[in-house]
Ligand binder design. Structure first.
Ligand code: FE
Ligand code: CA
Length: 539
């Protein structure tokens, strides 16, 4: 019952069939509770002010995110001229928001005022509270006589409350120049109730084939990172996906710089200086995402890792693989970032103390395993989690230092803790590698008998070019825990979760160079309750 058939891009004019579907769904027993909204007076809080914008101020769209059982975050950023900071006065602007129980905004249940602050690039984050659990709402903003489009959002059921079904999609790696974001158009036709973004939401740099261009040079300052986010946010398919349902996000490297780790830059910049660049990037990221004030940068850091429970069915644990990690092992003196190393020439690879998550986040993650009562425990993070043995011509077993293979001790502690706590149905999801992977997660990838503890599914990229397919394919015979791999296709993963199973559909777009491209399913995998390891099935 979770899946709403209401496609906000068709609002406000809904056809009769959709309205009937909505009425039928509202009476159901799934995520959607019965309509119980009171109708508020149809007036806004602030007067239609004399403020006049040079152009429509909602050009970057609207969004909602971080759904809880009693509320969500509503987001927008005023930008009548998205790349020109002078287009708004350096003052706080109060804007109206309203939230309704119907897609035509006739049954308004809450109204309020949000504040677009110049120190946050005139972004608005409204934390709506006192909502009903497990149902959908619609919302919009207004300022100076200008009204935004209408977005749909969803609240989570109360922790532990029965939930039959959840549909969620996950995505990563959307290089603006390398292709159109048409995957999102198809994603919202699949009607998810939640979208997770697992990193590389923007790219700081340019390479490869270009369909369209970045707005400026590689960003280093706050204004430059703001402009980069604004450019990505002008994409209509991305805007529609943000308006279709709530999102929860985590980042990877390109939100700041390729292959950075902690305060180590790819190009060996002085750490104090790089931390300032990183802070500018983090702040621009916060400004553009529907995140709670808790996530706002303070000092030099920004806390993104968090848990997102949906009733008794599923708990998402969002991890941050970048901010707190130790530097990559055996960095070459002149070549920063990740590379492939071998145990004999890089003895430090065996140092189990090295951490991808940092001590605090790791403690928090492992502590949560013993407390979770969810049927499915999804660890949402940015990278391929399972071991990828990369044997060279001499048969030496290589490890990619930027990924989990460079932090194998940290990975083993996580898997061991899943075993100790008997964590129910752990599923790891990720991105970064611009290819689809389905893997068995094991405590020991060198022992054939090592048991399967969790399942892993890695989505491809929304638009970023894939790695060499044949090169990676050649590694597969040495990696029997990898059940599926394809680097040739772009796309996303659509998941359908019930008390009995998790079904994951690897969805692909035919051609990212075509804004009207079609979508299809490359493969579907089924994970049954109590049986770790995904099995291929025909949907
Ligand atoms: Fe990427
Ligand atoms: Ca990446």
């Amino acid at each position: 019952m979770l899946h709403s058939s209401v496609n906000v891009r068709e609002s406000p004019v809904l056809n009769r069939r959709r309205l009937l579907q909505f009425a039928a769904m509202s009476a159901g027993s799934g995520l959607l509770a019965a309509c119980g909204g009171l109708q508020a007076q149809s007036t806004w809080r602030t007067p239609i002010s004399p403020r006049r914008y040079s152009d429509h101020p909602f050009k970057l769209g609207i969004a909602s995110g971080d759904p809880r059982s009693d509320g969500v975050v509503l987001w927008t950023r005023l930008a009548p001229d998205p790349f020109n900071r002078e287009s708004l006065p350096p003052e706080v602007i109060a804007i109206d928001w309203e939230l309704a129980t119907d897609p035509k905004m006739e049954w308004v249940v809450q109204r309020g005022v949000g504040y677009a602050r110049p120190e946050f690039g005139h972004a608005v984050h409204v934390e709506v509270r006192d909502l009903e659990p497990g149902r959908q709402y619609w919302y919009r903003f207004r300022t100076g006589g200008e009204v935004s489009e209408i977005g749909r959002t969803v609240t989570a059921p109360v922790l532990g409350a029965p939930l039959e079904r959840l549909r969620f999609a996950f995505a990563s790696c959307q290089h603006y120049e390398q292709g159109y974001f048409t995957a999102y158009k198809h994603m919202i036709e699949d009607e998810p109730d939640l979208i997770l973004h697992l990193g590389d939401y923007i790219y700081e740099s340019s390479w490869g084939e270009q369909m369209r261009q970045h707005e400026g040079p590689e960003p280093r300052t706050l204004d430059q990172y703001r402009n980069r986010h604004a450019l990505y946010r002008t994409d209509k398919d991305l805007q529609a996906a943000h308006a279709a349902c709530p999102w929860r996000v985590t980042w990877d490297d390109h939100e700041v710089q390729n292959d950075y780790g902690g305060d180590f830059s790819e190009d060996f910049e002085a750490q104090a200086e790089f931390r300032l660049r990183r802070l500018a990037a983090y702040q621009a990221y916060y400004e553009h995402m529907p995140l709670r004030a808790l996530a706002a940068p303070s000092s030099e850091n920004m806390q993104l890792y968090n848990r997102l429970p949906f009733g008794d069915l599923i708990e998402f644990t969002m991890l941050d693989n970048r901010q707190y990690r130790d530097e990559q092992v055996c960095r070459e003196p002149k070549k920063g970032g990740g590379h492939v190393v071998y145990a004999d020439s890089c003895p430090d690879l065996a140092n189990d103390k090295r951490s991808m998550l940092g001590a605090d986040q790791e403690r928090w993650l492992l502590g949560g395993f013993s407390r979770s009562k969810a049927k499915w425990n999804v660890i949402a993070q940015s990278m391929l989690f399972s071991r990828l043995h990369q044997k060279n011509k001499e048969g030496k077993d290589g490890s990619w230092t930027d990924g989990w293979d460079g932090y194998a001790g940290n990975r083993k502690r996580i898997v061991d803790r899943m075993v100790e706590t008997k964590l129910a149905n752990p599923v790891v999801i990720g991105g970064d590698i611009h290819s689809f992977w389905v893997c068995d997660v094991k405590p020991d990838y060198d022992t054939a008998k090592s048991p399967v503890i969790a399942s892993e599914i890695i989505g491809s990229s929304i638009s970023s070019a894939g790695p060499p397919h044949e090169m990676f394919k050649a590694f597969l015979p040495d990696n029997p825990h990898i059940k599926f791999f394809d680097a040739r296709q772009r796309g996303y993963v659509m998941c359908e979760v019930t008390q009995k199973s998790l079904k994951a559909h690897l969805r692909t777009v035919k051609d990212v160079r075509d804004p009207n491209t079609t979508a299809s399913t490359l493969a579907s995998y089924l994970i049954e309750n109590g049986h770790p390891g995904a099995q291929k099935f025909v949907a």
